[in-house]
Design a protein around this ligand. Structure first.
Ligand code: 5AD
Ligand code: SF4
Length: 415
């Protein structure tokens, strides 16, 4: 990714922190434009001249974007604060506009589109025009021993559902068709006004007129309640999809991670989810090479992946974070070992994803068209969040049903 920046010291600091966050999710900051897939503009609004510079940079980037499908342009800084999403109308090549005070939504989107592509699908941006991420709970009260989030994001604080519903209504009026409710531990959401949980909030947002799809990320297994699973089964717009990070399939390792559940508890939740919601898409996160992870422990995780057959698995090698409890433990799995485990998970998952996707050939799926790629072929996502390519014709924003004719581990081809 490439960062372009003008303005004061604050913008320089913001550009640095964006580069750092991008590196954390596996992107390469500091790339020159010809090598980059994502350009972020950190803008200034102090004088008209500064805004003109950003406008002319956007003009230049429009050509850059056209040269390769999958490229995206994001804008933040003072112009985002001043004009907000209105910029998406003014500059039609712009994909994302976000506020530096609230970058979580933007990074969740990036992680969604770019991280899955570790060795798979080409990055395809779903722009802010069509899909919106609304943070509903900030911070995290869990204390997973490897995780820095509680230290940098603080304790959980939920936004009143009335505010979330009003914002959902506003973005839908502005043309958004899909909303993802966001939180590091989203299913710990508690409405400060009514005491309602996430299932209640989902029900309220689900009935916002004009909304086509609703999603939520990321959940902790501890709070994956029956009520929540029932909401996925019942609410018409809420997509049949559950992203539930397990981190490890081994009880000893889970204890060292302080995850507060056992592998068996986790499997029972998924079993219940599959019983209540036939065809539900399941995704998870795995950390390999956590402190003290033996080959035997790793194999428990591997076997769990074989048994569950997730649709998507995000796997990371453990990386010690200063200030966390695990930072005081020895990071004793050697890097080559971590990498080998990571590769084993990726290879297994590639096979499983291919098998699961191939089983869809001949079936119809619902696709929301998010963009148009090479050779005018539209692409979008199914309700289970699978990437689907269509024959030329449909436009961005169309919601349609199509038959799957071919499938690989990473994408579906529809007719
Ligand atoms: N090392 C590696 N992966 C981590 N994650 C969180 N902290 C670390 C760490 N220190 C992973 C978890 C989490 C995802 C967002 O990032 O799998 O679910
Ligand atoms: Fe919270 Fe998730 Fe980090 Fe655990 S891994 S502390 S649940 S953000």
């Amino acid at each position: 990714m490439h960062i372009w920046q003008v303005g004061c010291q604050m913008n320089a600091a913001d550009a640095d922190s964006l580069a750092e966050r991008c590196a954390e999710i596996g992107m390469r900051p500091g790339a020159e434009l010809p090598d980059a897939d994502l350009a972020i503009l950190v803008t200034c609004a102090i004088r008209q001249h500064a805004e003109d510079k950003a406008a002319s940079k956007l003009g230049e980037l429009a050509k850059w974007k056209e040269q390769r499908p999958g490229r995206a342009i994001a804008l933040t800084g003072c112009m985002a604060g001043e004009h907000g999403a209105g910029l998406l109308h003014r500059f039609r090549y712009l994909d994302y506009v976000f506020d530096m005070r609230d970058t979580d939504g933007f990074f969740a989107r990036l992680q969604d589109t770019f991280q899955g592509s570790l060795e798979g699908p080409v990055p395809l941006p779903a722009s802010d025009r069509l899909c919106a991420y609304l943070p509903v709970i900030l911070g995290c009260n869990e204390m997973c021993t490897y995780c820095i989030v509680p230290f940098v994001r603080g304790r959980e604080s939920s936004r009143p559902s009335s505010e979330v519903v009003a914002e959902a209504g506003r973005v839908v009026e502005g043309g958004v068709r899909e909303i993802t409710l966001l939180g590091q531990n989203v299913n710990s959401y508690l409405d400060p006004e009514t005491g309602e949980g996430l299932a209640g909030l989902l029900a309220r947002v689900d009935s916002v007129p004009g909304l086509e799809r609703l999603r939520f990320l990321t959940s902790h297994p501890r709070n994956a309640s029956e009520e929540l699973l029932q909401a996925i089964a019942d609410l018409p717009r809420l997509c049949e999809n559950l992203y539930l990070p397990v981190q490890s399939g081994d009880d000893q390792c889970l204890r060292r991670m302080k995850r507060d559940y056992r592998a068996g508890d986790y499997l029972r939740i998924l079993e219940r989810a599959r019983a209540l919601v036939p065809g539900i898409g399941l995704s998870t996160d795995i950390i390999v090479g956590f402190c003290g992870e033996t080959e035997e422990e790793f194999l428990s995780t591997y076997r769990m992946l074989e048994e569950v057959e997730f649709d998507t698995v995000h796997v990371q090698a453990y990386s010690p974070r200063p200030g966390t409890a695990a930072y005081r433990r020895a990071d004793d799995v050697p890097l080559p070992e971590k990498q080998e485990r990571l590769q084993r998970v990726l290879a297994l998952q590639r096979e499983i994803s291919a098998r699961r996707n191939r089983a869809l050939v001949g079936q119809r799926v619902e696709v929301l068209v998010e963009g148009v790629g090479e050779r005018c072929r539209p692409y979008g996502r199914t309700r289970q969040n699978r990437l689907a390519w269509l024959e030329p014709g449909p436009k961005v924003g169309d919601l349609l049903s199509a038959e799957v004719v071919r499938a690989t581990a990473w994408q579906l081809q529809c007719a």
